[in-house]
Design a protein around this ligand. Sequence first.
Ligand code: C5P
Length: 409
Amino acid sequence: MGRLASGKQILLIVAGGIAAYKTLDLARRLKERGYRVRAILTEAGSRFVTPLSLAALTGEKVHQDLFSLTDEVEMGHIRLAREADLILVAPATADLMARMSSGMANDLATAVLLATRAPVLLAPSMNTAMWEHPATQANLALLQKRGCQIVGPQAGDLACGEVGAGRLAEVPDLIAAIEAHFAPGPLKGLRALVTSGPTHEPIDPVRFISNRSSGKQGHAIAAALAKAGARVTLISGPVALPDPEGVETVHVETALDMLAACKQALPADIAVCAAAVADWKLKSPASQKMKKVKGAPPPALSLSPNPDILATLSDLGKKRPRLIVGFAAETEKVSAYAQAKLKAKGCDWILANDVSEGSGVFGGDHNKIHLITAKGIEDWPQMSKQQVAETLVQRFVEALSSKSKVKAR
Ligand code: C5P
């Protein structure tokens, strides 16, 4: 990852959550990248990490007290609020977000958050039930409306023993969000979501239904969008590729998980659905490995359709991304079928590619694209998947610079 923002000052507000320990590693890595990191530790935060460790890793005094005489003689909290280029709240607890959303200023953290004009990035972390509570969701929606950006939370095992959404975003994802914030580039301030790779639909714990997809094209698009300054969430099915730099990557297995992760990544300005989503899933996957019984007929698999992620995103009403792009892999009548798909899915553009035998598209490094929009068809020459990604991003820049930018969350 590049050192895009050397010298920028980040004010890290560490609130009281079990994930607070991750901010120590974050502070160290941000320093390595050339950021100046100052920290505020809330009363609850100091139960999880010590001011001494934060001070050692940031190389700065740690601020804790709104009524510190030495700090307040110089209006310390106003200075902290004014001097930051970006404020990162990690972990952003349910309590801190509730106090922020109601404009309270009853400790140093909330006073600074109320007094600042700097952009604020919230990294929520809490128990799943607390995260899903309508109060937390309403507070979050209000904070987003006021311009706070959100990174995470991610789904997974939580410290409380539950499994679900609520984990603090991982340190590389926090860094990606920060670097995207400072990145120069024509798509700066815009958010993009990209789906990539296949999905796996379990038959039993060891078998699955899937599609052929290396994820190379989707991952290249996510990387190119990030390079152009967009804040990118890549929702990837199982692939053998590294996570692209500067991108928040969410790993999923099934189409249902992919759709849920896409919804979680909203709002977005741009959506690119490059994943090869399995059209069907098993109605009821077996919980134990299905055994071969000699002489018995093979099991009949009863299937049900998966949701169409592209069509769902295109039909979201107010939450619909402004520019939605789908792919059409066809083996014949490529342009005609792709035009029909544009209508059927309700998306804005289709990138159609010929995957007929001998085209070498699947798993290969090249692609031959026809870009189908309401204006007509553009035939692109054969290019590498990286060049396809860069050309597509160029088209985004052209299309979006003629429309007004939406407020990044
Ligand atoms: O219908 P078909 O699979 O040919 O459409 C391909 C396009 O639709 C791709 O952009 C793919 O990512 C998207 N798609 C989807 N969800 C599905 C099926 C396809 O997002 N369930």
